[in-house]
Write a protein that binds this ligand. Structure first.
Ligand code: COA
Length: 701
């Protein structure tokens, strides 16, 4: 037997146990081990039935994703599962932790399934740009019907065992001792003479879909908007359709074709990259996993504005009591009313019970008394974005807070070190840059100041996990990772329209690339006044020999702040959200072009795309060289979770790798020649390109 799978007999039941830490991924050794374990059990005359289970914390997280970048080695998981299903002895799967992907497919190949109540089962393949490839799309519809199977497979969402039990996916729930319970179940099934339930041979549950084949097109329409741009969800539909229209063996072959097609696609490579990048981002070289952390029992937020309110909700959602400190009764009331309204909207959508809303609201305590911060283990400041104001707040917090408390700033642009200087504890000061709306957006940029201690970083990271955030550690600089890169994106969008593109064209190109909205529609949604105020503050420092588009400022001077004023880069019908082109804006753009002596021309879509996105890549390369971002993957995670970069493209750095850095570098060099200093190529980008490397090689010898 392989050392990854063991066989043992208990009374009349043979127990096959997979032990491939940490998550029992079904790597080649496990697949072979399962075949050997099965053969062993079938030879064992004392075994009347078999149980398959996993050692450690989980049944199985599915196929070994790390094997996907090389040819799949035999034995094929499909064959392993086929043999399990064909076993003349009854086989029970005993699930705990997670039974995902291939893990669930193994369980569906068994004749019966039992699970601990805490188990979660599902097919996350679609989130990796794949379809289940070992019979999942053929057996699940035979167990629960095609319609439900479609939802489960195309969403990728894991399901709690209790719900799976109520749907018949799991035959028995077990409390306490899984192994003992599974053995007892197997003995009972044998004693009762129960049949070997082979899903491949059952198809009565497919009848409904055979009578109403329209379910597939209806489902496609249902997901079309949400899954726009993605291949895999639609391939999942095809695979389930094959279960309904083809005999089992042919359906299995069709599923395999679709799986291989997805596996070879750039989308699945991008989504697998994202999966690993998210995990890699949490590894900080000088902050090992065993770095001590401080317990966070209570929190305080300074400021009840949009950000402060959202951050308070984030704490309450995680069950952490939070005080919200404001300067005036009026601002506090307004802020708390918005919080209540946001929760009420979630209740209305049926995503929160009224009781849970009240429980969360009870965790948020508004106050005008700054002394309240003395109870907090962490204080997050979310006040006006101005250094003097922030320093004043931090000086005050330093005097009032317990000596161990962490003082965090939600600044998106200011220097964390200067803020820390206002305190006597710079080691306990960190940036926690939430994205708006903070209770919804999953990204949290943690910003490390020059003196931020490793303990503070580890504590903030652990807290981020509790808050359900995807976090990335950034160094301290203007704009950190996300916003610093973004500057060039908006700059070029504005230049492009001066050169002859229209806001609609630019937005369409970026929408088609996969963003939910293009730069102009986003600006109108976010409000143009915020950027205007920041630009006015920095106007004196702006270099006069660099090109600058004044159009956004002109719009603001005319009171066009975006959707909230009914006009911005577009105009909006009263109360409407649909952007409509506006001749007044076109005239302003033309005037700006004239004033700068720009000859307007037709701008191609390809140029729009590269002019907007290459600045992200170029600035990203600088962030890497400066050590502001630790890894290209960290930058990708920031863009996937904070800026709506399409996941199926993997993030800006991965996307650049797929184009080839030589091409990107050459085109940036060309833009540099045409447009000047703003396009100065990043030395790291040029260097990697010259060496024929990609960002994926960064940091690797
Ligand atoms: N294959 C290979 N490696 C895997 C894996 C898989 N199917 N699932 C997880 N891992 C690795 C992770 O990369 C991580 O490695 P690291 O410690 O070197 O960073 C380690 O196992 C632990 O995973 P992590 O995600 O940090 O653990 P968790 O307890 O937070 O989450 C799961 C557990 C199972 C929910 C999560 O890992 C997951 O969703 N895995 C993918 C499941 C999947 O998509 N299966 C279908 C494959 S086609």
């Amino acid at each position: 037997m392989s050392n990854l799978v063991s066989y043992e007999r208990e009374r009349t039941i043979g127990v096959i146990t997979v032990d491939n830490p940490p998550l029992n991924a079904l790597s080649v050794g496990v697949r072979q081990g399962l075949l050997d374990g099965l053969a062993h059990g079938l030879r064992d005359a004392g075994a009347r039935a078999l149980v398959i289970m996993g050692a450690g914390r989980t049944f199985s997280a599915g196929a070994d994703i790390r094997e996907f970048d090389r040819p799949l080695a035999p034995p094929d998981l499909n064959d392993v599962i086929g043999r399990i299903e064909a076993s003349p002895k009854l086989v029970v799967a005993a699930l705990h932790g997670t039974a995902l992907g291939g893990g669930l497919e193994v369980a569906l190949g068994c004749h019966y399934r039992c699970a601990l109540r805490s188990t979660r089962v599902g097919f996350p393949e679609v989130t990796l740009g794949l379809v289940p490839g070992a019979g999942g799309t053929q057996r699940l519809p035979r167990l629960v019907g095609a319609e439900l199977a479609l939802r489960i497979i195309a969403s990728g969402e894991p399901m709690p065992a209790e719900r799976a039990h109520s749907l018949g996916r799991i035959d028995e729930l077990i409390d306490g001792d899984l192994r003992g319970g599974a053995i007892a179940l197997a003995e009972r099934l044998v004693a009762e003479g129960r049949p070997l339930r082979r899903l491949s041979a059952i198809d009565d549950k497919l009848e409904a879909a055979r009578r109403d084949p329209g379910i597939f097109d209806r489902f496609r329409q249902e997901i079309e908007r949400q899954a726009r741009g993605y291949l895999a969800p639609f391939k999942c539909i095809e695979a389930v359709r094959a279960a309904v229209t083809l005999p089992f063996a042919e359906g299995l072959r069709r599923e395999r074709e679709l799986f291989l097609e997805c596996l070879a696609s750039p989308q699945s490579r991008a989504q697998i990259h994202a999966f690993f990048a998210e995990r890699e981002a949490t590894k900080i070289p000088d902050v090992p996993r065993d770095t001590p952390t401080r317990p966070i029992g209570t929190a305080a937020v300074i400021g009840a504005g949009t950000m402060g309110g959202g951050i308070a909700m984030t704490f309450a959602n995680a069950g952490i009591p939070v005080a919200v400190v404001e300067a005036s009764e009026e601002a506090l009331d307004r802020g708390l009313a918005v919080v209540r309204k946001n929760y009420a909207a979630t209740v209305e959508k049926g995503r929160l019970t009224p009781a849970e809303m009240e429980r969360r609201l009870a965790l948020i305590r508004g106050t005008l008394a700054w002394e309240t911060v003395a109870d907090a283990d962490i204080v997050v400041e979310a006040v006006f974005e101005e250094m003097a104001v922030k320093q004043e707040v931090f000086g005050r917090l330093d005097r009032l807070c317990q000596p161990t408390a962490i003082l965090a700033t939600n600044t998106s642009t200011l220097d964390v070190d200067r803020i820390a200087q206002a305190t006597s504890r710079p080691g306990q000061v960190i940036g926690t840059h939430f994205f708006s709306p903070a209770n919804v957006m999953r990204l949290l940029e943690l910003v490390r100041g020059a003196r931020t201690s490793t303990e503070t970083i580890a504590t903030a990271a652990a807290l981020a996990g509790r808050l359900g955030k995807v976090w990335v550690l950034a160094g301290n600089c203007d704009g950190f990772i996300g916003n610093r890169m973004l500057a060039g994106y908006f700059r070029e969008a504005a230049f492009l329209v001066e050169e002859g593109a229209t806001p609609e064209q630019v937005d369409r190109v970026l929408y088609d690339f996969g963003f939910a909205m293009g730069p102009f529609a986003v600006s109108d949604l976010a409000g143009l006044d915020v950027g205007w105020r920041i630009r006015k503050g920095k106007a004196a420092a702006r270099s006069t020999d660099l090109r600058y588009s004044p159009v956004a400022d002109w719009l603001c001077e005319r009171g066009r702040f975006g959707q909230k004023t009914g006009a911005g880069w577009y105009r909006y019908e009263p109360g409407g959200r649909t952007p409509r082109p506006d001749p007044e804006v076109a005239a302003l753009i033309a005037e700006s072009a004239r004033a700068q002596g720009i000859r307007r021309r037709e701008v191609g879509d390809e140029e729009v795309l590269t002019r907007c996105l290459y600045p992200l890549v170029n600035e990203g390369a600088r962030l890497l060289a400066e050590g502001i971002a630790l890894r290209p993957g960290d930058i990708d995670v920031v863009y996937l979770h904070g800026y709506g970069f399409p996941r199926y493209r993997g993030g800006p750095m991965h996307w650049a790798d797929t184009l080839g850095l030589k091409r990107v570098s050459d085109e940036i060099a060309r833009y540099h020649r045409v447009h000047g200093r703003l396009w100065e190529p990043a030395p790291l980008l040029r260097q990697l390109a010259e060496q024929g490397k990609g960002f994926r090689d960064f940091g690797r010898a």
